[in-house]
Write a protein that binds this ligand. Structure first.
Ligand SMILES: Cc1ncc(COP(=O)(O)O)c(C=O)c1O
Length: 295
């Protein structure tokens, strides 16, 4: 990734049905999505020219929009095609895609029934920076400054821009203290997820992961659960209290951007990335690289 600011790159961004030069993909300062966070987005990765789990991501984008009470004015198939076209138009093979939908600037107030729904898709190069050996050292997490909101307080199951406000604050606080990221609890005090990925633990050869009924049930999370089960490893989804962390031996984060990233520390608790983390890291790599083979 270059150090250029994101609005200064070269390339093409798909915006409301056609490609515009990267630097011209602008919106007005009085856009509803900016003032009231009426925006939903996706993060996708392409491996070898193929977008991994594209349909699942596009469907989640539509579902997130529905939760925010707006309708994307395209079909899932059209957004899938536009995503593939964006990757190709930018000459990318291994890259990251960012589709986003937001309410426009037709009216600026809380009520926005008649605001246009805009959609854009950007893509850029995003290679994997770490070798498997480097990753297996594990990253260090601090406890999050904020908790994930109660689903009665916020649309917790949508990938909605507004939900990332507490993630940025929590991640900044963790980084300021020398950690890579923050692990957030849910509003009841159970372990939830990091600021941009789901979390897994291992105890006596069994995988334990928080039930994803109150935060994003990541597409990578679901994939990793499938891979573990295919390897004959038992996976238990349940509420996990922070004090239980002393009983777990391995821990990793997973998400589209993080892929499978072992964790060596969460606050006062230590983990040793081991056999199960390594085996699932490998299985995930094989699967996404397989997407490349079938492209
Ligand atoms: C808050 C949060 N949780 C979990 C995930 C993992 O989701 P996925 O595996 O679908 O990328 C992400 C990334 O999108 C995220 O931002």
């Amino acid at each position: 990734m270059s150090a250029l600011p994101f609005d200064q790159k070269d390339g093409w961004i798909w915006m409301n049905g056609s490609f515009v030069p990267w630097k011209d993909a602008k919106i007005h300062v009085l856009t509803h999505g900016l003032h009231y966070a009426s925006a939903v987005f996706e993060g996708e990765r392409a491996y070898g020219g193929e977008i991994f789990k594209l349909r699942e991501h596009t469907e989640r984008l539509f579902h997130s929009a529905e939760i925010l009470d707006f309708k994307i004015p395209y079909t899932v198939e059209e957004i899938d095609e536009a995503s593939k076209a964006t990757l190709a138009k930018n000459g990318l093979v291994d890259g990251y895609l960012r589709p986003i939908a937001w309410r426009g600037s037709e009216a600026l107030g809380v009520s926005a029934h008649n605001n246009k729904i805009n959609v854009a898709i950007a893509a850029w190069e995003w290679p994997s920076y770490f070798t498997p050996a480097e990753r297996l050292k594990g990253i260090r997490l601090d406890w999050g400054k904020y908790r994930r909101p109660d689903p009665r307080t916020a649309p917790s199951l949508a990938k909605a821009s507004g939900l990332y406000m507490i993630c940025t604050i929590s991640k900044h606080a963790a980084e300021d203290r020398g950690y890579a990221d923050a692990l957030m609890l849910d509003w009841e005090g159970n372990v939830a997820e990091s600021t941009g990925a789901n979390v897994f633990f291992v105890k006596d050869g069994v995988i334990h992961t928080p039930l994803a009924d109150r935060f994003l049930n990541g597409i990578t999370r679901q994939t990793v659960i499938g891979l573990a089960k295919a390897q004959g490893i038992e996976v238990i989804e349940r509420r996990i209290l922070p004090e239980e962390l002393s009983t777990f031996s391995e821990c990793w984060l997973c998400g589209t951007a993080a892929e499978v990233t072992p964790v060596s520390e969460i606050g006062e608790f230590k983990f040793t990335p081991g056999k199960i983390s390594a085996s699932l890291m490998q299985a995930y790599t094989d699967l996404v690289q397989g997407a490349k083979v079938s492209a």
